[in-house]
Ligand binder design. Structure first.
Ligand SMILES: Nc1nc2c(ncn2[C@@H]2O[C@H](COP(=O)(O)OP(=O)(O)OP(=O)(O)O)[C@@H](O)[C@H]2O)c(=O)[nH]1
Ligand SMILES: [Zn+2]
Length: 347
């Protein structure tokens, strides 16, 4: 282990983790650390005043999601350089492994804010944004829609209005990623101890934004060559990057989760997220006469009633139907019955 000047607060420690510690985990050789990067068989960890690399194997592992992933908090045995257990997560991004649908791939844990990034041009797509927001709701992470390239848009406020209409109370920020003064709007989400992740299509300006926040031109989101535990070079980008640029404040920055899966993330399941993003429609369905109403031609269908009287946007209803159908279709191919956490971190 090497020493470091990081504190647990810098690393994103929360009361939700303190309350999980047993008496013997609060002294002696056992201590909490955060997983900063995941390599094949090894993890980079950082805790109060220490950092280093240890084998990723847990002393005992229970079930498919009981594996360390980027952002996790672990109890480690400092003397034996061993990972003991994973603390219950505030949230977890996971997906079905592309190669094997029965396996889950863990992407990142304990994320505070999800930047849903889109540019103010043809990339702006209501259905796609709703999908991202459904995902945020499902994982239990607070989304912030970031509209980029406002300098190129003829009428950026139009995009702002459309974005705000996606979900009640949704936070929306507009930035010109190339202008540090503009990117500074995002700094408040990236401060000490905060963990953010980004979602958005290629080319919308994610890297530009991150570089602006970090105040450097190194591409924060490019894979980094590292030396693994056996002294080999490996390419990994499954890690947390410090957001420590001048906009956030030197030594005050939080963490950016950047893992390959994050950028291609799609939903393993979505019912909770759909209910959240489409809470207006969900509320209507509860008032239909029949509990198994398909909102087609049944009598006493509240959804149809609101459609008829013009209260409900038919396109929004169509997008909702599509997501619900997809979720139902996905249900059959899903991996095991893992417990899911859904607790909001900030608010
Ligand atoms: N005018 C303008 N250009 C921008 C803005 N944000 C990004 N760009 C430009 O858009 C291009 C794509 O930006 P990137 O930051 O590479 O996009 P990305 O989302 O990281 O793309 P991937 O790495 O493919 O996922 C670059 O040429 C940027 O300079 C912006 O707010 N305004
Ligand atoms: Zn109905």
């Amino acid at each position: 282990m090497e020493s470091s000047d990081l504190t647990l607060e810098d690393l994103g420690w929360r009361d939700a983790f303190s309350s999980q510690l047993t008496a013997e985990e609060q002294g002696g050789d056992l201590c909490p650390v955060r997983v900063m990067a995941v390599h094949r068989g090894w993890i980079d960890i950082a805790g109060s005043g220490l950092s280093g690399m240890i084998p990723s194997t847990l002393r005992s592992s229970q079930g498919p999601v009981d594996r360390a992933t980027a952002g996790d908090w672990l109890i480690v045995d400092r003397a034996k350089l061993e990972a003991v257990r994973i603390l219950d997560r505030i949230n977890l991004f996971q997906r079905q492994a592309p190669a094997d649908q029965r396996r889950v791939q863990l992407i990142a844990a304990n994320v505070d804010t999800l930047f849903v990034v889109t540019s103010c041009n043809q990339d702006f797509n209501v259905a796609r944004l709703e999908r991202y927001l459904v995902m945020a709701g499902e994982v239990g992470v607070t989304p912030v829609v970031v509209l980029t390239k406002i300098d190129l848009a003829h009428d950026p406020d139009h995009y702002l209005e459309m974005a705000r209409a996606l979900q009640p109370g949704l936070q929306v920020e507009m930035v010109n990623g190339r202008d540090p003064a503009s990117v500074a709007r995002l700094a408040r989400y990236c401060g000490r101890g905060n963990t953010v992740a980004l979602l958005g299509s290629s080319g919308v300006g994610k890297s530009t934004m991150i570089n602006g926040l970090r105040g450097s031109s190194d591409i924060a989101t490019q894979p980094i060559r590292e030396i693994d535990g056996k002294g080999r070079h490996t390419t990994t980008s499954r890690q947390l990057h410090r957001l420590d640029g001048p906009l956030v404040g030197p030594r005050k920055g939080g963490w950016l989760v950047d893992t390959p899966g994050m950028r291609e993330f799609h939903l393993p399941e979505a019912a909770t997220g759909i209910a959240e993003v489409f809470d207006d429609i969900t509320a209507l369905t509860l008032e239909c006469r029949f509990s198994n109403c398909t909102h087609g031609a049944e009598p006493g269908c509240m959804v149809q009633a609101m459609l008829q009287n013009g209260t409900l946007d038919p396109q929004r209803l169509e997008r909702w139907r599509k997501l619900v159908l997809e979720d139902a279709a996905g249900a059959s191919g899903r991996p095991g019955t893992h417990a899911r956490k859904r607790k909001k971190t900030n608010g």
